[in-house]
Design a protein around this ligand. Structure first.
Ligand code: FAD
Length: 413
């Protein structure tokens, strides 16, 4: 089978690259093994929240201070800015409403009632700034729901001088799930809450909220798109916001579904549940074809390939006791020194291994045995040189490198 571009990995970076290329009428296939980091996401995107342990106010300015090997430094501060302003419209085109300022970080609320820096957040999610408008806020959770902590959220509100109330609601559909506590997860509840069940949920939330100025609920609504959240907000008739739950994430799955749906509507092929096992690299340093488990001996062929297979979490790179490797092509991985230097015994320190990833040239071609693979690009968290967790830069790196590489491929062809 022959495509213009084959993308290995269908998480945030693979989908953003795929969508950008499909919009320009390229024949694109995404091969993706399974769940991505989006399924665990907070519903907020980080661009750059912390540098050298210090909080960042303006991520587009702070990018200028990063070391040369950082993916943002490889893009250059001007290019980061140029790409960053495209993110909200890009997601809006897939039906995903993001808010926040391009050049100012805000703070989202965690399920523990703390605040964490973020860049953009889904429209239905609460930020610290939103809360400054309200005096009385009702925290309304779902009875027996395991992945949200209303009392901690209430305590976070009190610290802001807000008077909170805490209550729990249920509906006949949710009661059916409650027969098995294992089912009381955000995504199981999210699958129930539409149509009549959503109306009943809205009535229960309204009653529980009493005379509060605003309502916070855990993000259990809107598995496939934003419509159920909009309907709930309209029915409740007062400001209602979501707070992230612990995984699985309804908001993240919504984003994944919306991006994939838009990609497929544009004619893209999404091969879910398949694993790219290997590929042949020719003498002159180009990929000739790849193999996948499901397609077997048949070769998948493209003019260009994009590696978007994620970091350790998604097995885009793999760690064994004495080696770290990229499993599909055996690409070079930026690993610092021997095993003792891979980690810090202080669990909370900046762990060196978090920066490990595929080594790339300035134009995002991965290296194999020190030489660039000419028709292969790497995007997202498979690239080394950054610590997404410490820097709060995960989604930003995924989206901006994907947009950049897609542009490059379009210009080259
Ligand atoms: C648990 C978790 C939660 C996070 N939450 C946030 C957040 O809330 N906000 C934020 O800004 N950042 C967050 N991040 C950072 C995250 O890295 C980025 O936001 C981003 O989603 C990474 O996208 P990606 O496409 O590079 O990789 P991934 O999302 O990891 O996707 C890689 C995909 O490739 C597939 N794959 C791997 N190997 C193969 C193969 N050989 N063949 C076929 N498919 C393959 C995997 O199955 C997976 O679906 C989180 C990271 C993790 C690990």
């Amino acid at each position: 089978m022959k495509y213009d571009i084959i993308i290995i990995g269908g998480g945030l970076s693979g989908l953003v690259a795929g969508l950008s290329l499909a919009k320009e009428n390229k024949r694109v296939a995404i091969v993706s093994l399974g769940q991505s980091a989006l399924h665990f996401s907070s519903g907020s995107l980080g661009l750059l929240g912390t540098v050298d342990g210090k909080a960042v106010e303006d991520p587009l300015e702070a990018v200028k201070t990063l070391p040369a090997e950082h993916p943002y430094s490889m893009l250059g501060a001007e290019r980061v800015k140029e790409l960053a302003v495209k993110v909200k419209p890009f997601f809006a085109d897939a039906g995903i409403t993001l808010r926040g300022e391009d050049s100012r970080n805000s703070e989202r609320m965690t399920p523990m009632g703390e605040f964490k820096r973020c860049w953009l957040t889904l429209d239905d999610f609460i930020t610290r700034e939103d809360l400054s408008k309200y005096k009385k806020v009702a925290v309304v959770s779902v009875l027996s729901f395991l992945d949200f902590y209303p009392d901690f959220v209430a305590s976070g509100l009190r610290k802001l001088g807000i008077e909170p109330s805490v209550s729990y609601v249920t509906t006949p559909e949710i009661d059916r799930l409650r027969r098995s506590t294992a089912e009381m997860r955000a995504t199981s509840i999210g699958r129930q809450l539409h149509g009549k069940a959503l109306d009943e949920f809205a009535d229960a939330v309204m009653k529980a909220a009493g005379d509060a100025d605003a309502i916070l609920i855990p993000c259990v609504v809107g598995m496939d798109d934003e419509e159920p959240v909009k309907a709930l907000r309209a029915k409740v008739g007062k400001p209602l916001y979501c707070v992230a739950t612990t995984p699985m994430s309804v908001a993240g799955q919504r984003m994944q579904t919306q991006l994939r749906r838009r990609f497929e509507r544009l004619g893209g092929t999404y091969l879910l549940g398949d694993n790219v096992t290997d590929g042949r690299i020719s003498e002159n340093g180009e990929i000739e074809y790849i193999h996948t488990v499901n397609i077997g001996d048949e070769k998948l062929v493209a003019d260009s390939y994009i590696l978007a297979s994620g970091d350790f979490f998604s097995r885009g790179i793999i760690a064994e006791p004495h080696r770290i490797y990229e499993p599909v092509f055996g690409l070079d991985v930026d690993v610092d020194g021997d095993r003792d230097k891979w980690f810090d015994r202080n669990f909370f320190a900046e762990q060196p291994y978090m920066k490990f990833g595929v080594a790339v040239s300035d134009d995002f071609h991965p290296l194999k045995d020190g030489k660039t693979v000419k028709n292969l690009y790497a995007v997202g968290s498979v690239i080394g040189g950054h610590n997404a967790l410490k820097e709060e830069s995960g989604a930003g790196t995924a989206v901006l490198t994907a947009l950049h590489v897609a542009d490059k491929i379009l210009k080259n062809n």
